[in-house]
Design a protein around this ligand. Sequence first.
Ligand SMILES: [Zn+2]
Length: 100
Amino acid sequence: MPRRRPKRPNPRGDREPRPIGDVFGRTESGPGDDENYVVRTVSGARAVKTYRCPGCDHEIAPGTPHIVAWPADGGEDDRRHWHTGCWRGRRTRTITRRWS
Ligand SMILES: [Zn+2]
């Protein structure tokens, strides 16, 4: 008979309030399918420089909470700073379809 761990009561499904702030990097699939990226959230207080977002080619102003991501295989030298929204939309951005 399989033993099940009792689940915490969570009436709203998996929408647990959980701080995503300066926790350790998590891994997500990157803009391509074959690479995993380590992803970190940078809080506004830690964003002290201007970065250029590879998603939209615009600058990320200091004080803007954003995302840092780099290939899991690579080093921190490969880090890229993304707008949070651009990182989330990285899949759809790369699959831009042209009808010309
Ligand atoms: Zn952007």
